[in-house]
Design a protein. Structure first.
Length: 167
């Protein structure tokens, strides 16, 4: 038990010292790696209508956001998070998380794609990893976000290796 705690402490120290774990999520037949959308601002809504312009147009669904979360920081800043469902609404296939904040009661928002793996080419790919269902919690001056991470090709429905139901 003592060694296990020591290993976990060293792992945590490494994560904090180097800014995070080098997460590599890939699958044999991914479309291609995507490009993280740039940070930006919006007016009167926390998430942009068109998040990623690249090679995909608005009919390819980068406007699909699902499962929003909202909290208020100790200083009154609003913080929102939601899933980016690139071109389908299913629970697998390369979902990422966008987080937005507003210091003026929701009039103006600054957003960033906080959880991004990019292994889906910024469109649905049922062999990709997925961040999904973010929740936000405040404690004092800190805001914590938790979400599920499904490895490549595993998800609740729409992924290549979704669980089978029924008989």
């Amino acid at each position: 038990m003592r060694n296990k705690k020591r290993v976990l402490a060293l792992l945590l120290a490494g994560v904090l010292a180097f800014g995070g774990l080098p997460i590599t999520a890939s699958a044999a037949n991914n479309v291609k790696d995507g490009v993280r959308p740039a940070n930006g601002t919006t007016v009167s809504q926390p998430f942009p209508e068109k998040l990623f312009l690249g090679e995909h147009n608005s009919t390819n669904g980068y406007t699909r956001f699902r499962i929003p979360a909202l909290t208020t920081a100790a200083d009154g800043t609003l913080v929102a998070a939601t899933d980016i469902r690139w071109d389908k609404c299913g629970d697998g296939g390369g979902i990422d998380t966008v987080v937005s904040r507003s210091g003026d009661g929701g009039e103006n928002w600054s957003y960033t794609v906080a959880n991004y793996l990019g292994d889906n080419g910024n469109k649905f790919n049922n062999y990709s990893s997925a961040f999904i269902d973010a929740s936000l919690v405040t404690k004092g001056d800190a805001i914590y976000m938790v979400c599920d991470l499904y490895p490549a090709a595993i998800g609740l429905n729409s992924a290549a290796y979704a669980p089978k139901t029924g008989s």
